[in-house]
Design a protein around this ligand. Structure first.
Ligand code: AMP
Ligand code: MG
Length: 282
């Protein structure tokens, strides 16, 4: 079994985030080796994406969740950045707009799901509706409690429609978060990222832990598994996510579609004629 399979949340299991080591890496794994492995994986991911796109039958949805400064943006840049943008959609979910808020909570997410041949990456997702919404009591409890089932049904619909779903929780600890906020304050290129919300959400750390643990227990399914990724080390986080994505794409057994035309006939009928014409011209 590959070491990263340990990060998968088995259906019905409730991980205890307070004891998950956010600093984890296999003892013998060094940053240098990890970086060259990541490069290999990214090349393979590009090949597989090309076939996914050509096949035009199935799709992939990657959900990224995590506390503030957990590395959602960095993951998108480093792991999904190298893909062909023509086949990727990235969507960041913010506080719902007036229009979004006037619909059911899945409406805006459904619009952003991947079409056939595409990979979609959600930076935050429909899970915010059982996270921030729950922690800050933005709706009544019976409303968010029902959402786990709605989410499972929604994801089942996507899976049944040919979408491979992977959900990653980027796990950093309290010290790492504070360090990253400090960087945002001190490093000019990072200043733009710091917000009041970062600090005002921090006191709710334990409430978020509760909310995350609940959604892992209820919404990690065979078709749409959650992975709890140790994410204090950015290089390890990137590596593990790339490993899991590539493995899932390999499992899809993607293949280039058979040509929709008779190649031999086209060769004879058009290509030969075009070649003759070309020699006559010169
Ligand atoms: P950021 O990802 O830093 O750009 O921040 C986006 C903000 O939007 C976060 O504070 C989220 O908690 C918030 N947000 C995302 N989805 C929802 C939602 N459904 N309801 C309320 N707030 C949300
Ligand atoms: Mg933020």
């Amino acid at each position: 079994m590959d070491y990263y399979e340990e990060f998968r949340v088995q259906p019905g299991v409730r991980p205890d985030l307070d004891v998950v080591n956010a600093n984890f890496k296999p003892e013998d794994l060094r940053k240098k080796k990890a970086k060259s492995r990541l490069e290999e994986l990214l090349l393979r991911m590009q090949e597989l994406q090309n076939i996914l796109y050509a096949e035009n039958r199935r799709s992939m949805l990657v959900v990224l969740q995590g506390r503030d400064a957990a590395g959602k943006d960095g993951t998108i840049r480093h792991v999904f950045g190298p893909l062909n943008p023509q086949g990727v959609r990235v969507r960041s979910f913010k506080v719902p707009s007036k229009l979004e808020a006037s619909h059911d909570f899945l409406w805006r997410c459904h619009q952003a799901t991947p079409a056939r041949g595409e990979i979609a990456v959600f930076n935050r997702s429909h899970y915010e509706d059982v996270l921030v919404v729950r922690v800050h009591q933005l709706v009544e409890e019976w409303v968010w409690r029902r959402r786990y089932e709605h989410i499972n049904n929604f994801e089942k619909l996507l899976a049944d429609s040919g979408t491979t779903i992977l959900k990653f929780y980027l796990h950093i600890d309290r010290e790492e978060q504070l360090q990253r906020f400090r960087d945002r304050l001190m490093i000019p290129e990072k200043n733009w990222k710091i917000s009041d919300a970062d600090y005002s959400e921090r006191p709710y750390w334990d409430e978020y832990t509760e909310a995350f643990q609940d959604l892992f227990e209820k919404c990690s399914t065979e078709d749409a598994p959650w992975f709890v990724i140790p994410a204090n080390r950015k290089w390890f986080r990137n590596l593990v996510i790339a490993e899991i994505v590539v493995q899932a794409m390999e499992k899809m057994q993607l293949s280039y579609p058979a040509p929709s035309v008779d190649l031999e006939e086209i060769r004879k009928k058009y290509h030969e004629a075009a070649r003759v014409e070309e020699t006559q011209r010169s």
